[in-house]
Ligand binder design. Structure first.
Ligand code: DQA
Length: 151
């Protein structure tokens, strides 16, 4: 059986995890996050494609590439979640289940972080649970894929 592929996409400045505002984002690096996702994927018997970019256009292109390739998208859009209608449009266009992740609790932070465009395309949003939010998102996405396969 081919394992379903889940894309795990990360937006701008997440390459700075571990160094960047550790009081807000913790000490885990992006490599640590990738390891958490790899271990979760092994446990769940799914494949992942884990990526990070600082470019809005690149993120949009990666979302587009998921069509007919991945079964779902876990995305931490970082600041583009708050600003990018292009990213929202791409997420709506691919017609795949989307789970949005934020490491920090965006609702406890500045007002401009309370709204994300991506949420309109997301089946669910996990925020404020730190980097473990990625493993939770992969678990939920796998359940959603299995439910879809049962139908
Ligand atoms: C973030 C929250 C965003 O507001 C911020 O711009 C980020 C990271 C998070 O994971 O908590 O870059 O998405």
């Amino acid at each position: 059986m081919v394992r379903p592929l889940i894309a795990v996409l990360n937006g701008p400045n997440l390459n700075m995890l571990g160094l960047r505002q550790p009081d807000v984002y913790g000490r885990a690096t992006l490599d640590d996050v990738e390891q958490i996702c790899i271990q979760a994927a092994e446990r769940l018997d799914v494949a992942i494609d884990f990526r990070q970019t600082n470019g809005e256009g690149e993120l949009v292109s990666w979302v587009q590439e998921c069509r007919n390739r991945a079964r779902g998208i876990v995305i931490n859009p970082a600041a583009y979640g708050h600003t990018s209608i292009a990213l929202l449009d791409a997420l709506l266009a691919v017609d795949l289940p989307v789970i949005e992740v934020h490491i920090s609790n965006i609702h406890r932070r500045e007002e401009f972080r309370h709204h994300t465009y991506c949420s309109r395309a997301a089946a669910g949003v996990i925020c404020g649970l730190g980097v473990r939010g990625y493993a939770l998102a992969l678990q939920a996405m796998t359940d959603m894929i299995l439910d879809e396969d049962d139908r």
